[in-house]
Design a protein around this ligand. Structure first.
Ligand code: GYE
Length: 349
């Protein structure tokens, strides 16, 4: 983009000079405007953008590869990127991958080819599958940042990962489930997992088993419910048809826990009493469920990542080096917190 503008400018100036010089001999017939040159291969100038190291947000054209629109957390995350881009005055090209890995890879290739895009931000649907596009982005000199979710390996092919410690989120949930099931004769817990292959699904499960195992909790059933209320309900309903010997449910996000709550109610069980329930995300819906007395604990995962991501992207365009991981700040919230209502009132998502 930076180069195209320069070319256009040169073209206009040349045309003007040519017109001005017409006063001499036979004014040559005005030259046919030459066919605008095809935009150059999308290779960033050696050493980055011409404005580097003093690029401003107005120089940034961010190609953002979002996972899709699978729930409250994702909606807050998308809003964070769109609103912050407007506030900072940068150009955002938003790509909705519709929770389809092939579409996300295709969008990535599109941003590599797009001469306007000078930095790529991705919320990877899965931890693998990025070899080719990361190699191509590097060859094209386009910095890549990971937002919200990590990938396996390829540290030299992305600038930084900005997001949560999903293993620690799982550990927090495991510790809280231990407290909730203290004194319980049996400690059978069911786990509703996120989409297969996603970093939060893998890591939250690892962390949960690590700490829950310390108090003798057994994860007796586990299955993906793709972050959704309806699948969370279906999976739990199917399990309840098999057995009701369950003391806790770990929903790897709020929506799947909401589905489990509905299924428990329809099976005549009291959610958060007969069966303890813990979710991850801490969206507004989770606070409402805790205020309704149907969810015991929610572990926060902060979706408002855009300010940190854009700041890091600008730093990358200006050639600054960054830590490979910039963790986001997060807490845990409880149904029996006496200040729950005022906490809920103060939440942004
Ligand atoms: O927990 C879930 C969303 O990547 C951290 O994705 C995010 C997860 C979040 O679908 O609600």
């Amino acid at each position: 983009m930076f180069r195209f503008k320069k070319l256009a400018f040169l073209f206009i100036v040349t045309a003007m000079i040519l017109a001005a010089c017409g006063g001499g001999a036979e004014a040559p017939a005005p030259a046919e405007p030459a066919e605008p040159e095809a935009p150059a291969e999308p290779e960033m100038p050696e050493g980055g953008l011409a404005c580097s190291p003093n690029c401003q947000y107005s120089d940034m054209v961010v190609g953002f590869l979002q996972t899709g629109s699978e729930g409250g957390w994702r909606a807050a995350n998308t809003a964070s990127f769109k609103e912050t881009a407007e506030t900072l005055g940068l150009t955002l090209k938003f790509y909705d991958s519709q929770n389809d890995l092939a579409k996300q890879v295709a969008g990535f290739q599109q941003f590599i080819q797009d001469p306007e895009v000078n930095v790529i931000v991705m919320s990877p649907l899965e931890v693998t599958g990025w070899d080719q596009v990361l190699t191509d982005a590097k060859a094209a000199g386009k910095p890549v940042l990971l937002s919200d979710r990590r990938i396996d390996g390829f540290e030299d092919y992305y600038v930084t990962f900005i997001g949560a410690d999903f293993v620690e989120e799982g550990r927090k949930a495991g510790r809280e489930m231990c407290k909730l099931l203290e004194g319980s004769e049996s400690k059978n817990v069911w786990e509703l997992q996120g989409n297969v292959g996603a970093a939060p699904a893998i890591d939250r499960g690892t962390g949960f088993r690590e700490t829950a195992g310390e108090c003798g909790i057994e994860v007796t059933k586990t299955q993906t419910a793709n972050w959704s209320v309806s699948e969370g309900k279906q999976v739990t309903e199917a399990w309840l048809k098999e057995t009701q010997d369950v003391q806790g449910i770990f929903g790897q996000n709020d929506e799947m826990a909401f589905g489990a709550i509905e299924a428990l109610k329809e099976a005549g069980l009291v959610p958060a009493v007969d069966v303890k329930i813990i979710s991850v995300d801490a969206t507004a819906g989770a606070f409402q469920a805790m205020l309704d007395g149907t969810l015991n604990v929610t572990v926060e995962c902060n979706p408002l990542l855009a300010p940190q991501v854009y700041e890091a992207a600008l730093a990358a365009l200006n050639g600054e080096s960054l830590p490979k991981w910039i963790p986001s700040e997060e807490s845990v919230f409880f149904m029996d917190d006496p200040n729950l209502q005022s906490i809920a009132d103060g939440r942004k998502y």
